[in-house]
Design a protein around this ligand. Structure first.
Ligand code: SAH
Length: 506
């Protein structure tokens, strides 16, 4: 039997972009992923679909799995000959008990490797505009825990030493003990005027930060309702914050934006919104499933090379078409000499990824726009009379493309490449989050996401606005009694993001 191995991987502080390339590669190869950091949930999408995912962290209803049991679990899974990824928030060896897990593995004779991660002790301050060291202020920094092992009889925290230490001090797990900690530091000689900042949910769209002094910070944090998980930074470097604050100045910072696309597709939109500082909640309302007649689909794909035109009206259509195509053919040239039309830039980009340029592209990314584009292009492309066309689309598509192109004289065959179904799974608790604590914007990128969102029966959150990718989606929203306050001018993902940013700029 192949020998199992455990990889202790740092998942970083929250922003998924802060995972290392090595960590991500290992996740994509793992047989089992054992995780507890909340941020890790997003990273599970990098794993193989069949991977076993075991959550060992805290849940609303129960405590985290005791450390001893986690250690045993790691050993047990590895001894099955599996490649086990153990994802831990931040860096695995910075107050993460990764050291204990490694000890247990060595004792059990199980091989392991460590992939360090970006610790919240450094990234948290950085995202709040605080460099942990700065030549103008300090030559050292100290990281300590504000919460000690409760089984230890006496405090091992050298408060006196810490109070006397020079430079920046960073506290992890210190929030429940904040007031007492600050008092103890002053008692041991720390100046009560030393600047202090607190960063909660650092590096995520939920980040909040406040600052004050050793004397005032506990009261400020309480007034502002800040709690764990948070980083406490003590020292003159905190003064840099007014100058170096960047994350909280991003245009969508502080906005909770819901993405209703399929789990697989959400990424493109989510990443752009998150990069602009938004707290993104992915609430997939639909999922892509095979068409109801897979045989017809397969036949259409096999004969696609015999058409004058291939017409694509969604990125999903391109994906599913080529999945089918490459299941039969191994060479893109088997597609023949057909010319190609696409409904919008997203669809065109998918085609380009296969090395295929688009001959006709709709100016306005709706079915009517595509028909219009064919009309406008006739001088260049010639008459459509008797041209054979294969229209690749989803089961729910409107008839506009077929009717419009037929009326221009083309002979239109259809290739139904996929269907959509409501997504009922809620593994990330997104539905619950929206119902309990609302959202600022819910984005809709197609009519089918609107329909499926409605089927979820989620009450529309208070003061929440809808953002629509274009007029057809807006009309569907309107039919459900929702008037979108944001409608993209360019009907694609970039257009939607732009419209949201502009809405908040005004
Ligand atoms: N190994 C982790 C730390 C684990 S201890 C690391 O290297 O970051 C858990 C503590 O880390 C929390 O109580 C909090 O103090 C801090 N922490 C982790 N992620 C955080 C985040 N995104 N924002 C603020 N604090 C965080």
């Amino acid at each position: 039997m192949q020998e199992g191995k455990v990889y202790l991987i740092g998942a970083g502080p929250g922003d998924t972009g802060l995972m290392t390339i090595k960590g991500r590669e290992l996740i994509s190869k793992a047989d089992v992923v054992i995780y507890d950091a909340l941020s890790s949930l997003d990273m599970l999408q990098w794993a193989k679909p069949q991977v076993e995912k075991i959550y060992v962290g805290k849940r609303a209803s129960r405590h985290a799995l005791p450390q001893e049991e986690i250690n045993q679990l790691l050993v047990k899974e590895a001894k099955k000959g599996l490649m086990v990824v153990r994802l831990k928030g931040g860096d695995p060896y910075v107050f993460g008990r990764g050291g204990e897990e490694a000890d247990a593995l060595v004792e059990a004779g199980v091989g392991f490797e460590v992939v360090p991660g970006i610790t919240s002790a450094i990234a948290g301050p950085a995202y709040a505009g605080i460099p942990v060291t700065h030549r103008a202020y300090c030559t050292q920094f100290t990281v300590f825990t504000g919460h000690e092992d409760p089984t230890k009889p006496e405090s091992t925290l050298d408060i006196e030493g810490i109070a006397k230490a020079k430079g920046t001090k960073v506290v992890l797990m210190g929030m429940s003990n904040l007031a007492r900690l600050m008092k103890q530091l002053v008692e041991h000689g720390q100046s009560p005027d030393t600047p202090v900042a607190i960063v909660q949910w650092a590096t995520t769209g939920r980040q909040r930060s406040v600052d004050g002094t050793v004397d005032t910070i506990a009261k400020i944090a309480e007034e502002q309702g800040l709690g764990a998980p948070a980083i406490i930074v003590i020292g003159d470097v905190v003064k840099e914050r007014t100058k170096l604050d960047w994350f909280e100045k991003l245009p969508l910072f502080g906005r909770r934006i819901v993405v209703t696309r399929t789990r697989k597709q959400a990424g493109a939109l989510s990443h752009k919104l998150a990069a602009l500082g938004a707290e993104v909640v992915e609430l997939p309302t639909i999922k892509i499933v095979p068409p109801s007649n897979p045989r017809e689909f397969a036949e259409a794909v096999v004969h696609s090379h015999s058409y004058d035109w291939l017409v694509f009206t969604s990125p999903n259509g391109v994906d599913k078409f080529f999945e089918g195509f490459f299941a039969v053919y191994s060479d893109i040239r088997s597609i023949g000499g057909a010319r190609i039309a696409a409904i919008g830039p997203g669809t065109a980009a998918k085609l380009k990824a296969h090395g295929l340029a688009v001959d006709v592209l709709a100016k306005e990314s709706v079915a009517e726009g595509l028909v219009q584009a064919f009309k406008d292009a006739q001088e260049d492309i010639g008459t459509l009379e008797h041209m054979t066309m294969l229209w690749v689309h989803g089961e729910q598509a409107r008839r506009v493309v077929a009717d419009g192109l037929t009326s221009l004289g083309a002979i239109v065959d259809e290739c139904i490449a996929y269907d959509t179904e409501p997504e009922l799974d809620d593994p990330t608790g997104a539905q619950q989050l929206i119902m309990q604590s609302g959202a600022d914007v819910i984005t809709f990128t197609s009519s089918s996401t609107v329909e499926s969102f409605m089927q979820l029966d989620i009450e529309w959150p208070e003061n929440c606005i809808a953002a629509s990718i274009g007029p057809i989606t807006s009309r569907t929203l309107h039919e459900h009694g929702i008037e979108p306050e944001i409608e993209a001018q360019d009907h694609d993902i970039n257009g939607l993001v732009k419209a949201i940013v502009e809405f908040y700029q005004d």
